[in-house]
Design a protein around this ligand. Structure first.
Ligand code: AHR
Length: 336
């Protein structure tokens, strides 16, 4: 008898699976849930092309599943206090799930406790938080930022001959770093991962490091200051924690009468279309991928939560490294 029920439930599951093939995400979603799942999402802001693509991915995916997902989207304009306000408002509205991309790592404990006390599960999207109690969030989905920092440094090490050619000191390769937003997970982790690899390569030296806040304007301004400061004529490499800051630095380098990508090697993280265009123009040397397309993953997790499924604590996004040589071929396939 037990076997009969088991066989029947397998058959039903198979039939449901067959019926779902060819259905839209919305129809599938509607079939699985008897009521709409209300999701409150607090986005950091619109600091970069990456962030714009991330917002689009989340909003488009929610729209695709609109018969079973209701998205309440809030833009914090780069301010943690606005994110905390948004999360409190989601709690007050009694949403089913809260998701957010934390602008910085620290300071989340109280508001996350409030969400937990209200029985609302929290998903961390893109960036992690630094809290001692990891039951305050259910899953963290996004990139391995430390690995991205390591990959960037490894690209420099592997391309030492090319990088060295730009080296005006001829002994050490002198790197300037454009950090991301102070206190943010990607800035902290990309800083650490980069150094982890370079510590075994004394022929590379980080001579200057400053936050460019993940923006183009920030990258331009900080690079202008680096170029004007003492030793500004001996910069061999720019390491941008994201493409936008590197693109800003490229502008500053050109305005200073130098050739980015040749006189100064430029490497950065994200792999947005603007980086590929700059590589095709010979102004950027490599970009390390950080995918913003988290929408489908996010709403799959939301749906799983609504069905009572347990989620893995960490969902890592798979990513690659793109040197300038492949830019032309890869650009048409880039969606952001
Ligand atoms: O958290 C991901 C980072 O945030 C991206 O690398 C950067 O471009 C964005 O602003």
């Amino acid at each position: 008898m037990k076997h009969f029920f088991k066989a029947m439930s397998v058959a039903v599951a198979v039939l449901m699976g067959v019926a779902m093939v060819g259905q839209t995400a919305d129809a599938q979603c509607k079939e699985k849930h008897d009521k709409k799942i209300v999701v409150g999402f607090s986005q950091i802001g619109a600091e970069s092309a990456w962030r714009a693509a991330n917002t689009e991915s989340i909003q488009k995916e929610a729209e695709k599943r609109k018969d079973c997902i209701e998205l309440k989207f809030s833009d914090a304009q780069q301010k943690q206090e606005n994110q905390i306000k948004a999360i409190r408002s989601f709690i007050a509205q009694g949403v089913d799930v809260i998701a957010f991309s934390p602008v910085v790592e620290s300071g989340w404990e109280p508001v996350l406790k409030e969400a937990k006390d209200a029985g609302i599960p929290v998903i961390l999207s893109d960036r992690a938080v630094d809290v001692s109690d990891d039951t305050l969030w259910v899953t963290f989905m996004g990139s391995d930022f430390v690995e991205e920092g390591r990959r960037t440094a490894q690209w420099l090490v592997d391309n030492y001959e090319k990088v060295k050619r730009a080296d005006k000191t001829m002994d050490k390769v002198r790197i300037v770093e454009l950090q991301g937003t102070v206190g943010s997970a990607p800035a902290n982790d990309r800083f650490a991962g980069f150094r982890e690899v370079l510590k075994d390569h004394p022929n590379f030296e980080i001579v200057k490091t400053q936050s460019a806040d993940f923006t183009r304007a920030g990258g331009k301004q900080v690079m202008e200051a680096f170029l004007k400061a003492e030793g500004g004529d001996k910069i061999d490499v720019v390491y941008g924690h994201n493409d936008d800051s590197a693109l800003g630095a490229i502008q500053a380098i050109e305005e200073a009468g130098l050739k980015p990508g040749k006189d100064i090697i430029i490497v950065s993280i994200d792999a947005v279309r603007g980086a590929f265009e700059a590589m095709i123009e010979g102004k950027l040397n490599a970009t390390i991928e950080c995918s913003p397309l988290l929408g489908p993953q996010l709403f799959d997790a939301v749906e799983d939560l609504a069905l009572g499924k347990e989620l893995p604590k960490r969902i890592v996004t798979e990513e690659g490294v793109f040197p300038a040589e492949v830019a032309k071929e890869v650009l048409p396939q880039r969606t952001y």
